[in-house]
Design a protein around this ligand. Structure first.
Ligand code: OAD
Length: 248
């Protein structure tokens, strides 16, 4: 039995009309067995993000960078969506004014059934030729010898956003607009440290939205949030879906 209690104010808002924006980070996949980035068992513990998640690192040692991403692809493939992903998919299915914005690249939201997913940091399943100015290609198969190569002979790179790179223009524009318009914002499983994603709840709050943080730990967002639900997303988001009147 959960000890989490939702306020009446939040119950009214989640069941009421008006756009809802959900922003997720690595913490929503933690209960699927995928490591978050920061913290004692995080992916960046004992690894330097500057040596694995920057264009410079890829230029210097593409095989090493690719080993990291190929391993994460295998982990993500073995993982299954958890109740947090399922609850968000159920809320989306129940209303057409629900938008999910994610920093996650693992594809678990889509596998849980979410259809309108704005990916700010790309996808582990996308690959892009370093030589051609082409779209990302969606490739789930084993990559074979690393680095994988394009038909033109040049290397393919992971279709994720690295430190020092810009976010896809359209995705961040749409997310910012949705933040302005949102009436309720659910921020789940993110340390709220990496911008511009971390700035979205502030935009929403300044435009009058009610901001709820779902996280077992405090973050820089905690002071701004109207309500904090302290605990695992896999426990709390199903409670929110239930309060919204949808089964997940
Ligand atoms: P972080 O690893 O920075 O933060 C994960 C957050 O999830 C922390 O605040 C945890 O307290 C919280 N958390 C852990 N378990 C949870 C659970 N079961 N339920 C809810 N919350 C939980 O991950 P992100 O905020 O996603 O970017 O990181 C943002 C970006 O930084 C990533 O997209 C990645 C990273 O470097 C790039 O690689 C460019």
């Amino acid at each position: 039995m959960s000890s989490i209690r939702l306020s009446d104010s939040l119950r009214e808002r989640i069941a009421g009309p008006g756009p809802i924006l959900a922003l997720t980070g690595a913490g929503v996949s933690a209960e699927s067995g995928l490591a978050t980035f920061r913290g004692p068992e995080g992916l960046w513990e004992g690894r330097d993000p500057m040596e694995l998640a920057t264009p410079e690192a890829f230029a210097q040692d593409p095989v090493d960078v690719w080993r990291f991403y190929a391993w994460r692809r295998r982990m993500a493939l073995q993982a299954k969506p958890n109740p947090a992903h399922l609850a968000l998919a159920a809320m989306e299915a129940a209303r057409d004014d629900f938008l999910l914005v994610t920093q996650n690249v693992d594809g678990l939201h889509e596998r849980a059934g979410s259809r309108r997913v704005l990916r700010l940091h790309g996808s582990l399943w996308w690959l892009r030729c370093v030589a051609e100015d082409a779209e990302n290609e969606d490739l789930r198969e084993d990559l074979g010898e690393l680095p994988p190569r394009c038909e033109c002979g040049a290397m393919l790179r992971p279709g994720v956003v690295w430190f020092g790179e810009s976010l896809p223009h359209e995705a961040i524009e749409t997310a910012s607009r949705a933040a302005h318009e949102a009436r309720l914002v659910l921020v789940a499983g993110t340390s709220s440290l990496v911008y511009p994603a971390a700035g979205l709840p502030g935009i929403a709050s300044a435009s009058g939205a009610y901001v709820v943080e779902i996280n077992p730990e405090r973050t820089p967002l905690s002071a701004l949030a109207d309500e904090r639900l302290e605990g695992p997303a896999g426990e709390i988001l199903p409670l929110l879906a239930e309060a919204a009147g949808v089964a997940s």
